[in-house]
Design a protein around this ligand. Structure first.
Ligand code: PMV
Length: 313
């Protein structure tokens, strides 16, 4: 029998969506990438020979999960969560939490590491807490890298790592702030638009799909105009109603200095819209702009590793 560890530390990366958010909920493809920010869960306790059904984790409430683990799973005495992924801004903090939770409990209790299973159960957790997710976030937080992702059916989701050209230009993230709406609410807003204006909304999704394919080509071959793709994508997200006025104002100002920016993730309508994915062929201009405007800008490393076991000592 496998020896069950007494201290387990697991981490999962945050993510950004390069292209295809919202449309991905309706079966269109998306390109996602794991980023160099991580959430870590460390579980300590006594050796436990019991089995625990990891499927039960999705039923735990998000706010109290750390306490619930120590109460409901024999042997666990302490759980620590650390993260440098901003919460609720489109960088995958909730998916990274779901992935790291399932993975760490599975490793602690059953000494198992099965990424397919981790991904499947993290998806259940996301569904329980966020309504109708595409499953893209948990998949990239589990497997890492750059992923091409498409949900064909609830029961059948396709994803493939993308071998991205080394000379892909640097991309940046500007934080517009935490949206007032949750991801679930933003997905519902688009859902209502889809219900009320089916043909028009379908057309927007089709145009987003087209951009996502051009984006894929750009990543694979370097051919294409990334600035144009980001701008066109932003216009379509605006049309879907997931960009607030204040965010659109920031986007316009970035475009005015020769850059391009799009909402990455669910967006936000009333206040802020989470993070913007930003490109400029002269990044110094972006830093000067962010500085002048009091906005936080980060260079992000893409294609990072997925969920992994961290050394405990
Ligand atoms: O903002 P996030 O990290 O919650 O990303 C949501 C992405 C959506 O496409 C809007 C929803 C989904 O489930 O894919």
């Amino acid at each position: 029998m496998n020896k069950i560890p007494q201290k387990v530390k697991v981490s999962a990366p945050g993510k950004i969506i390069l292209s295809g958010e919202h449309a991905v909920v309706y079966g269109k493809p998306a390109i996602l990438s794991a980023i160099n920010r991580r959430l870590t869960i460390e579980i300590c306790g006594k050796k436990n020979n019991g089995d625990f059904d990891l499927g039960k984790l999705s039923g735990f409430s998000m706010d109290f999960i750390v306490n619930e683990l120590t109460k409901k799973i024999d042997g666990i005495s302490d759980v620590k969560v650390r993260s440098n992924i901003p919460v609720g801004s489109g960088m995958g903090s909730s998916a990274a939490f779901a992935v790291a939770l399932v993975a760490s409990v599975g490793k602690f209790v059953n000494n198992e590491w099965d990424t397919e299973k981790i991904n499947r159960l993290a998806y259940l957790f996301e569904k329980k807490h966020h309504g109708n997710p595409s499953g893209g976030d948990n998949t990239v937080c589990t497997f890492g890298k750059f992923l091409w992702y498409r949900k064909e059916l609830e029961e059948y989701k396709i994803f493939n790592p993308i071998s991205v050209l080394k000379k892909t230009p640097p991309l940046f993230v500007i934080d517009t702030g935490r949206p007032m709406e949750s991801t679930k609410e933003m997905v519902q807003i688009v859902g209502n638009r889809y219900k009320n204006s089916h043909t028009k909304t379908d057309l927007v999704f089709e145009r987003i799909e087209e951009i996502t394919k051009y984006f894929l080509k750009f990543l694979l071959t370097g051919k294409g105009d990334i600035a144009k793709l980001i701008r066109a994508n932003q216009r379509l997200l605006k049309e879907l109603g997931v960009v607030s006025n204040s965010t659109q104002d920031i986007v316009k100002r970035i475009e005015a200095i020769g850059g391009s920016a799009k909402v990455s993730g669910a967006g936000g309508k009333k206040g802020a819209s989470g993070i913007l994915l930003v490109y400029h062929d002269d990044p110094e201009k972006l830093f000067a702009f962010a500085d002048k405007s009091g906005l936080i800008i980060h260079k992000i490393n893409l294609g990072e590793e997925g969920a992994r076991i961290e050394k405990t000592n």
